[in-house]
Design a binder for this molecule. Structure first.
Ligand SMILES: Nc1ncnc2c1ncn2[C@@H]1O[C@H](COP(=O)(O)OP(=O)(O)O)[C@@H](O)[C@H]1O
Ligand SMILES: [Mg+2]
Length: 232
């Protein structure tokens, strides 16, 4: 589903990473770790087609990534919403459900049900009608996760979605992402500093500091094959 060969990324004369060879299979959960500035966000931007690698090749679903590609869900690294954004939590999630469709879409009741279910999954039902700019960082982050999941992505790219969450919601969010890939075969690339909440779920770990991929400890202990593809 995702394939990088000899990929490198430099800004000006500074190389963030190089020699990155990686295959992520459908339904696989890859956790990405690494120090600040090691190029984790930049890797996701490459997979989104927002940034060209300096060398090597990148394919997502067999094609070179391009902006606005269908079927790719993205939870950006936390940032505040611009003041006066005229959206409530439920509006943001609704954009995930039908924001990319034009013309007569799904019946309203069906959309509403999916939005409510996605909000409930992340424990956001109580603030569904609150304007985004009034939400706490952790609440907003959960709404962004709900939006990405509600869109039904085939590939889900998450940039530190656990960063402003308490321990309980870290487990909830990691568990929801895991459920998505188990039930729908969604491929997951999950950047995180807090590795503990994802260890029960991740198949493999990519350290952007070294570009090395290792099997997650839980998998290694179980002796399970992490996926159908191998790191080259
Ligand atoms: N478009 C850009 N032009 C120049 N430098 C950039 C650009 N984007 C990111 N950087 C720099 O690259 C480094 C890695 O950024 P990033 O991918 O955000 O790392 P991480 O997510 O691992 O913290 C940072 O030092 C950042 O300032
Ligand atoms: Mg980052």
């Amino acid at each position: 589903m995702i394939a990088l060969r000899g990929a490198a990324l430099s800004y000006g004369g500074r190389t963030l990473w190089r020699g990155l060879d990686l295959d992520v299979a459908p339904g696989e959960f890859l956790a990405v770790v690494g120090p600040n500035g090691s190029g984790k966000t930049s890797l996701l931007r490459v997979l989104l087609g927002l940034q060209r690698p300096s060398s090597g090749t990148v394919a997502v679903d067999g094609r070179r990534p391009r902006r606005g590609g269908a079927g790719i869900g993205y939870v950006p690294q936390h940032r505040a919403v611009p003041p006066h954004t005229p959206l409530r939590a439920r509006d943001l999630v609704r954009l995930g459900v039908d924001g990319h469709r034009w013309g007569p879409g799904r019946p309203r009741r069906d959309v509403r049900r999916r939005v409510d279910a996605a909000l409930a999954d992340v424990g956001a039902a109580a603030f569904a009608d609150v304007p985004l700019e009034l939400l706490s960082g952790g609440e907003l982050q959960r709404v962004r996760v709900a939006q990405a999941l509600a869109a039904g992505p085939r590939v889900l790219l998450c940039d530190e979605p656990l960063a402003s969450l308490d321990a309980r919601y870290q487990r909830v969010v990691a568990g929801l992402v895991d459920r998505r890939r188990r039930e729908h075969g969604t491929t997951v690339v999950f950047v995180t500093h807090d590795i503990d909440p994802v260890l029960p779920f991740a198949d493999r770990l990519l350290d952007m500091g070294t570009t090395r991929v290792t099997e997650a400890p839980a998998r290694a202990a179980a002796g399970a094959r992490p996926c159908r593809s191998e790191t080259v």
